[in-house]
Design a protein around this ligand. Structure first.
Ligand SMILES: [Zn+2]
Length: 178
């Protein structure tokens, strides 16, 4: 079984090999490492703790940490989508923490949800509404995600997963169909 220390060491080694750092925020780091460990135990590979995985290796390949989007995000924004990896400036606190736009292509996000490829965005949202997934939102920043499980860390405001709650709207209550 993999330990948190193993996951941390791996991330540190990877960062070092790329000339970048891991986040100096200890609390955030712990959440992210726990997420990576849990995903690795669940799926067999450490998929991104801030994104939903499908459980299918081919579909999730691009979001296995370090994800395909890390290097361009660190280069452009000073940190990756979930802020596990940061550049020196961000590590030294010279950059303001900020939300990184999702670089993962929309068709890949759709594939994760098991939705067909040719649908329009409107149709996709309709499908999501009909799907058995829960609509979850972050109480701290309002970020909304269709998923059965909240992300380990909010990709927008870095709140812990405990901040996620199921969104119940006038349209109905999105719960898993049994
Ligand atoms: Zn949030």
């Amino acid at each position: 079984m993999i330990s948190i220390d193993d996951v941390k060491r791996r991330a540190q080694q990877d960062a070092k090999s790329r000339g970048i750092r891991i986040t100096p925020d200890e609390k955030l780091l712990q959440c992210l490492l726990e997420g990576l460990k849990t995903n690795e135990e669940r799926y067999g590979y450490p998929s991104c703790p801030c994104r939903m995985a499908s459980g299918n290796f081919e579909t999730d390949r691009d979001i296995i940490c370090p994800c395909d989007y890390r290097d361009p995000d660190v280069a452009e924004y000073g940190c990756c989508y979930c802020s596990l990896y940061v550049d020196d400036e961000t590590h030294e606190g010279k950059n303001q923490a900020r939300a990184i736009p999702e670089r993962r292509p929309y068709d890949k996000q759709r594939a994760t949800l098991g939705l067909a490829e040719k649908e329009t965005e409107e149709e996709t949202i309709g499908e999501m509404m009909k799907s058995s997934r829960k609509l979850l939102y972050c109480k701290q920043c309002g970020y909304v995600v269709f998923s059965d499980d909240p992300p380990y860390v909010c990709p927008i405001c870095k709140a812990k997963r405990e901040m996620f709650e199921e969104l119940v709207t006038a349209l109905g209550h999105y719960t898993r169909k049994v």
